[in-house]
Design a protein. Structure first.
Lengths: 743, 81
């Protein structure tokens, strides 16, 4: 028995095209019933296909709150999961219960509605604006249940639903929470449909994974798992479905939409998951494959499985996407619920849609591996794996276990240093606030060719520049020796909103059949991290978090946890947000100055920094996050959480308020935000000097938060101060505090 | 060569595929190392040409996509009226 904190699954919730709860979905899946039907949500008349997998439930049936459909689907599944887990929230310490959600399209349906209204009526509904960003989702779920723990929206496209479970486990193992509502959600959006249509990646008829593989069937839904520490589950006498042993995350560093044909990145993630779980490949009884039904995915995944598992007759494989459709950011979470049920019920769900001839061909092709076609198969499952692979080249693999299994405790508490900083500078303009002047020469002097940078949207371009500069500042050369040990966490409030809006406006104007194949790959929030990994060759951990302005600090916290959890030796942590006419039109208000930017920082363990003889800016002495759940789009009533975050970070670093040299604050020019800082800081840290960002950068949201930390680190390195407390906030009542000090 | 058609195609490539205007000549190799168009971009070119001129390039030979000049010739040869 090792000292590693065990993470167990104690509750399940599910809604998708095959059913409105876990039991309905499982019954349908085991009977081989498909949810793929004619699309109802929007007009597909001019498209070459009309198939999709939508939930039968209307928004009104899902919930009463005025949220985007992605949030409503998630609340429906989360209600079921909480109920199933037997958690009595009123009796729990809500600050120890958080929400980690995966999503690909976020509020795309609300973006569609807003701009469609403008086209029809000349104006859009302002209430749709806060629903647009994926940042809103976890906050909405948190507020629904009144939870006060850590939230995050993991926005790595089709791997997001698995990555969210992985992150929830890592946070529990780091002691930052006891329980998470973790999973993913995506509504059925014309954005995704038109995008995959533009790429010719939709199947004409129902998708046929590992079979005819002529495209995906788009789906929607949400899966939520209650994940908690074993101790917490036992203490409250919870029913335990299974344990999550470990996971593996990697990046292809190959192509923005296509997986590496040789499966290297997928195999790296699967390998890490098996190793981190203390298992051998022969232990795995069932794999719920990514199995999208595109030729590129199925060929690469088939090759990966054949290479790693050989002809293991003990391994069964299936893709439930043949019935649920591909639910993008929810896919991993839906498949996790089905995998947990497969373990519980000792039954492998099938991949449907095979003719007798297809089955013969498949069994010849697959050798010994048991690809379960058409009919569910009874079988004891001790260990099951679920795979998710995404645009941007992100791969995630996670392993569930029926029984307790010893795993190695790889966690450390080594000091973490900031050893590199890259910043995109901005200038004030008359009409839009602060913007960066991005010129061809900026890319060429960093050896980025036209052929590469012209494909990137503004958000990705900003991130690429700061990322390259941070690596260069830290003296890191990515080589075959270190490429798998370097990872990145990109934090953002709004992601590539301009590209998303431009893509959507075009679809509204010209029809669902006219989705731009050129723009679509950039509409996923993790494209920026994907491009950065492709350009630099970074193949390790790769996650993008959308979570308001504080995401620019949360990325640093997440990166520190990733290093301490043994997921990487060196992490790039960034805060990036863009500022264009789109953001100005949506967010602009008198007296408020928007900004943009990207700040990337290199974080590494003391050991790594000393070994590389790195320049050291400062040490991350500690960090803390607290939330008082208030309505998304507001902060009122959340003051207490700021005090808590500050007290916690002081507590974990052993410092007193009087020891802090200065605060890098989070004022952004909005009264509701500035007032909280003005009122609370004099109480929390009497007489403290506060340095603000907005006058020099405008409200660049996540970029401002990361900028503040980088400025503190530079001031420490320059000998101006010994330490600093950096604060940020996210609408909905979340605050993050990072304390940096001189080494 | 019809300059008007070529200019429209150039504008479409700059706008839709974000090719820097100062790096794009009528005889620039679109799929060469510098500009580096790929299969996704050719889908976009097909859509753009269809929208601008009502000419369908689906299934057209690869040579027709090499430069603005070859695209212009194709459009001239297939444009109705």
């Amino acid at each position: 028995m090792s000292g590693k904190t065990r993470c167990v699954v104690t509750g399940l919730g599910l809604v998708c095209a095959v059913g409105s709860n876990v039991s309905e979905c499982v019954d349908a899946i085991y009977s081989g019933k498909t949810g793929i039907k004619e699309v109802r949500a929007f007009d597909t008349e001019q498209c070459y296909t009309h198939k999709g997998a939508e939930s039968d439930l209307t928004n009104e049936q899902l919930g009463s709150e005025n949220y985007d459909r992605s949030s409503l689907l998630c609340i429906k599944a989360a209600e079921e999961a909480v109920d199933d887990s037997g958690l009595v929230l009123s009796e729990e310490d809500k600050s120890r219960i958080g929400v980690i959600l995966g999503s690909c399209v976020g509020g795309a349906i609300s973006i569609d509605k807003y701009y469609s209204d403008i086209k029809k009526n000349g104006s859009g509904d302002k209430q749709d604006i806060p629903k647009m960003t994926a940042s809103a989702m976890a906050a909405n779920v948190c507020t629904h249940f009144g939870l006060c723990g850590i939230t995050a929206n993991i926005v790595n496209a089709c791997a997001a639903g698995t990555l969210s479970l992985s992150y929830a486990c890592d946070l529990i193992r780091s002691g930052r929470a006891d329980v998470f509502l973790a999973g993913g959600s995506d509504g059925f959006s014309s954005l995704a449909y038109a995008g995959f249509h533009g790429l010719h990646a939709l199947a004409q008829d129902s998708c046929s994974p590992f079979n005819h593989s002529n495209g995906i069937s788009l789906g929607e839904g949400s899966g939520v798992l209650i994940i908690e520490s074993y101790e917490h589950a036992v203490k409250r006498g919870a029913k335990i479905y299974c344990e999550i042993l470990g996971s593996g995350v990697s990046s292809d560093a190959y192509h923005i939409t296509a997986p590496r044909p040789d499966g290297e990145g997928q195999m790296s993630a699967i390998n890490k998951a098996v190793r981190n779980s203390g298992l051998d490949f022969s232990d795995i009884d069932y794999i719920n494959a990514h199995g999208t039904g595109t030729a590129k995915n199925d060929e690469a995944e088939f090759l990966s499985l054949k290479t790693l598992f050989g002809n293991d007759p003990g391994l069964s494989v299936s893709s439930t996407k043949s019935m649920t459709g591909h639910c993008l950011g929810a896919a991993g979470s839906i498949e996790a619920v089905l995998t947990v049920k497969a373990i519980e019920q000792s039954c492998v769900p099938p991949t449907i849609g095979y003719s007798d001839e297809d089955i013969r061909f498949l069994s010849e092709k697959s050798g010994g591996i048991d690809f379960v076609a058409n009919k569910a198969k009874s079988k004891n499952i001790d260990y099951a794996m679920s795979n998710s692979f995404a645009f941007g080249g992100n791969n995630a693999s996670i392993i569930f276990s029926k029984k307790e299994h010893p795993t190695e405790d790889r966690t450390s508490t080594e000091p973490i240093y900031i050893t590199g900083i890259g910043t995109v500078d901005t200038q004030k303009t008359d009409d839009k606030g602060f913007v960066a002047e991005l010129k061809s020469a900026d890319f060429k002097e960093r050896n980025v060719k036209t052929a590469f940078f012209r494909k990137l949207d503004r958000f990705s371009q900003l991130q690429l520049l700061s990322g390259i500069d941070a690596l260069s500042d830290s003296g890191i050369e990515v080589t075959a020796d270190n490429e798998n040990d370097i990872g990145m966490i990109i934090g953002t409030a709004d992601g590539p909103l301009t590209e998303i809006v431009n893509f959507q406006k075009n679809v509204i104007e010209k029809g669902t059949q006219s989705g731009s194949a050129f723009l679509f790959p950039n509409t996923v929030y993790n494209a920026a991290g994907g491009y950065l990994s492709i350009f630099t060759g970074i193949k390790g951990y790769n996650v993008t978090v959308a979570n308001g302005a504080q995401a620019g600090l949360q990325s640093v916290c997440y990166a520190c946890d990733a290093i301490h959890n043994g997921d990487a030796k060196i992490m790039l942590a960034a805060g990036t947000d863009e500022n264009t006419d789109v953001e100005n039109e949506l967010y602009g208000e008198p007296g408020y100055v928007l900004g943009e930017g990207s700040v990337s920082m290199i974080l590494e363990s003391k050991d790594s920094a000393l070994h590389r003889n790195s320049k050291i800016y400062a040490e991350i002495a500690g960090f803390a996050t607290a939330r008082t759940a208030v309505k998304y789009g507001t902060l009122d009533g959340s003051e207490q959480a700021l005090g808590k975050a500050v007290a916690e970070v002081l507590g974990c670093t052993g410092l007193n308020a009087g020891d802090i040299d200065c605060v890098y604050g989070f004022k952004n020019g909005k009264k509701s935000v500035d007032d909280i800082e003005d009122r609370l800081l004099p109480e929390l840290l009497p007489g403290i000097r506060v340095i603000e960002a907005t006058t020099e950068t405008g409200d660049a949201r996540a970029a401002s938060a990361a900028m503040q930390l980088s400025r503190a680190a530079k001031a420490i390195a320059d000998g101006k101060i010994n330490n600093a407390l950096v604060l940020s906030y996210a609408t909905g009542g979340m605050y993050t505090a990072v304390l940096v000090k001189r080494v | 060569m019809n300059n008007e058609i070529a200019e429209k195609i150039k504008g479409m490539l700059v706008e839709n595929l974000r090719i820097p205007e100062d790096e794009l000549e009528y005889d620039s190799e679109l799929f060469g190392d510098d500009i580096g168009l790929d299969s996704i971009d050719s889908i976009e070119i097909i859509a753009g040409i269809d929208e601008l001129f009502g000419v369908d390039m689906t299934g057209a030979d690869r040579e027709n996509f090499q430069t603005i000049l070859t695209l212009t010739s194709f459009v001239e040869a297939h444009k109705e009226g």
